[in-house]
Design a protein around this ligand. Structure first.
Ligand SMILES: [Zn+2]
Ligand SMILES: [Zn+2]
Length: 416
C-alpha cells in the first residue's frame, strides 16, 4: 500500500479539500511523506482547523502509545503547500480544470466544490459534507451553479429513516436536562467534537443563560474546543449573517461570554471543578475514545446527581455507544492512568439529546437535490454506510427520475 500510494502521490496535479474534519483531512500529510509536492486548495479556516486537528491527532496518538503514519513535519509541509481560496473565487487548478468553492453549511470553512472541466464541456459539483438548512452557526449549503452535469453527494443520513429532531425540540431537551441536573446539585458533562457541534452548543447555552432559561453557571471547555472556537472568531465572515453581525458590529461576541472558561490547568483544575459548584463541562473526544473526557468521567462519573449528556452521533464500537447502551462498568486501564484491570462504576445519569448534527438529514439531502439549479443529470451517492448510500440513491432515482449511482470503493466512473 505505501509503495502504491507513493507512486500515485507524486503524479497528482492538485488536492482539493472540502473541510477540516479528520475523516477528510487526516491522511493529507501522508501524501507529502510519499512524494507529493503540489498544492492543496482549500479555504483559510479549513487550513487552520486542519492543522489544529492533525496536530491534536498526533498528540493524542502519542499519549496513547500509538504510532501514527506521519509526523508534525509533514503537517507543516501540508500547511505550507495550502493555497487558500475564498467562496466564489474561480481558480485554474490544472490546464483544463477550474475550481470554485461555495458555502456548505457543515463546519467553519466547509465548501461545496464546483469543477468546470475543459472549457465548459463538463461540470461536476462535489457536495463534501453539507447542512442544507441554516443553523445557528452557518447559512445553509449553496446549490446554485452556472452549470452542473454531475453531482457527487454525501449520504451520511441518506437512510430511509434518517430524519432528525427539529433543532428547536433538541434545544428544549438540552435545557431540560441542564435544569434537572442543576436542581439536584449536579454537573452536566457533554462529550463533543472540537469543531462544529461544540460551538453550536456554546451558542445555545449563551442564549439560554442570557434569557434566564437555565441558571447562570460556568461552562468549562476542555480539549481543542477553545482553540477551535478562537478560529471561528478569527473568520466571522464564514459564519451565519446574524452571528457575523453580532461579532463585527455589535461587539457582543457570544463566544467570549464570561461563563466560558478554558481548562488549561490540567488535572488540578479538573479536580477543583469536580469538587466545586454546579457547572457544565464540554470536552473532547466526542465519542469517548480518549482525550480529556476520560479524566472528567473519572472525576464526575461516580456522582449520581450529575449527568453525562450525548449530543452527537456515537459510532458502533466506541465507548460512547457502549455507555449509551447501558454499560456502567468502565475499564480505566485503557486510559493510561495505571491500575491495569481497574474499573470505574459510572453512577451519573446518562441522557442523549439528538438533532445537533452538522449534516443534512434525509429530508435535507433530498431538498438539496430537488432545489438544485440547474438540475444535475447524474448523482453519485457517497460518504455513508452502504445502506444509507443505497437508500438515497434509489430514492433520488424513483422520486426525481435522475440517473443515480452508489459507487463502491475503487470503482471508476467516466462522466462523458
Ligand atoms: Zn465533516
Ligand atoms: Zn465527513
Amino acid at each position: 500500500m505505501p509503495e502504491a500510494l507513493g507512486a500515485g502521490a507524486a503524479t497528482l496535479d492538485a488536492v482539493v479539500l472540502t473541510h477540516a474534519h479528520l475523516d477528510h483531512s487526516a491522511l493529507l500529510p501522508l501524501l507529502y511523506k510519499y512524494g507529493y509536492d503540489g498544492p492543496v486548495y482549500t479555504t483559510e479556516p479549513t487550513r487552520d482547523l486542519m492543522g489544529l486537528l492533525q496536530l491534536d491527532y498526533l498528540d493524542v496518538a502519542a499519549k496513547e502509545g500509538r504510532t501514527p503514519p506521519y509526523e508534525s513535519a509533514q503537517v507543516r509541509e501540508t500547511i505550507k503547500h495550502t493555497i487558500p481560496l475564498e467562496f466564489g473565487d474561480v481558480t485554474d487548478i490544472a490546464p483544463d480544470i477550474k475550481l470554485t468553492f461555495h458555502n456548505a453549511g457543515h463546519i467553519l470553512g466547509s465548501a461545496v466544490t464546483h469543477f468546470h472541466i475543459g472549457d465548459g464541456l463538463y461540470n461536476v459539483a462535489f457536495s463534501g459534507d453539507i447542512h442544507y438548512e441554516d443553523t445557528r452557526l452557518f447559512n445553509g449549503a449553496v446549490n446554485d451553479f452556472p452549470r452542473v452535469e454531475t453531482l457527487v453527494l454525501e449520504s451520511t443520513y441518506g437512510g430511509r429513516n434518517d430524519y432528525q429532531t427539529d433543532q428547536e425540540d433538541s434545544e428544549e431537551a438540552l435545557k431540560r436536562v441542564i435544569n434537572e441536573t442543576y436542581e439536584q446539585g449536579g454537573k452536566v458533562v457533554i462529550p463533543a467534537f472540537a469543531v462544529g457541534r461544540s460551538q453550536e452548543i456554546m451558542l445555545v447555552l449563551e442564549e439560554a443563560m442570557r434569557e434566564g432559561e437555565i441558571p447562570e453557571m460556568p461552562v468549562h471547555l476542555d480539549g481543542m474546543i477553545w482553540e477551535a472556537t478562537a478560529i471561528h472568531t478569527t473568520y466571522p465572515e464564514y459564519l451565519r449573517d446574524e452571528l457575523r453581525n453580532r461579532i463585527f458590529h455589535e461587539d457582543e461576541n457570544p463566544f467570549l461570554a464570561e461563563e466560558f472558561n478554558h481548562i488549561d490547568g490540567g488535572e488540578d483544575e479538573r479536580q477543583d471543578v469536580a469538587d466545586g459548584e454546579e457547572c457544565i463541562v464540554l470536552s473532547t473526544s466526542g465519542m469517548i475514545e480518549g482525550g480529556p473526557i476520560m479524566s472528567w468521567l473519572r472525576h464526575i462519573g461516580p456522582d449520581p446527581d450529575s449527568t453525562l449528556m450525548f449530543v452527537g452521533y456515537q459510532a458502533q464500537g466506541t465507548l460512547g455507544r457502549r455507555i449509551q447502551n447501558g454499560w456502567d462498568e468502565i475499564p480505566v486501564s485503557d486510559w493510561g492512568n495505571g491500575g491495569r484491570g481497574d474499573t470505574l462504576s459510572l453512577e451519573m445519569g446518562v441522557e442523549t439529546v439528538d438533532g445537533f448534527s452538522g449534516h443534512a438529514d434525509r429530508q435535507g439531502l433530498e431538498n438539496f437535490v430537488k432545489t438544485m439549479n440547474p438540475r444535475p443529470e447524474k448523482v453519485l451517492c457517497v460518504h455513508g454506510d452502504e445502506r444509507s448510500v443505497q437508500d438515497l440513491s434509489s430514492a433520488l432515482y424513483h422520486d426525481y427520475n435522475m440517473r443515480t449511482f452508489a459507487p463502491k470503493n475503487l470503482e471508476t466512473f467516466r462522466f462523458k
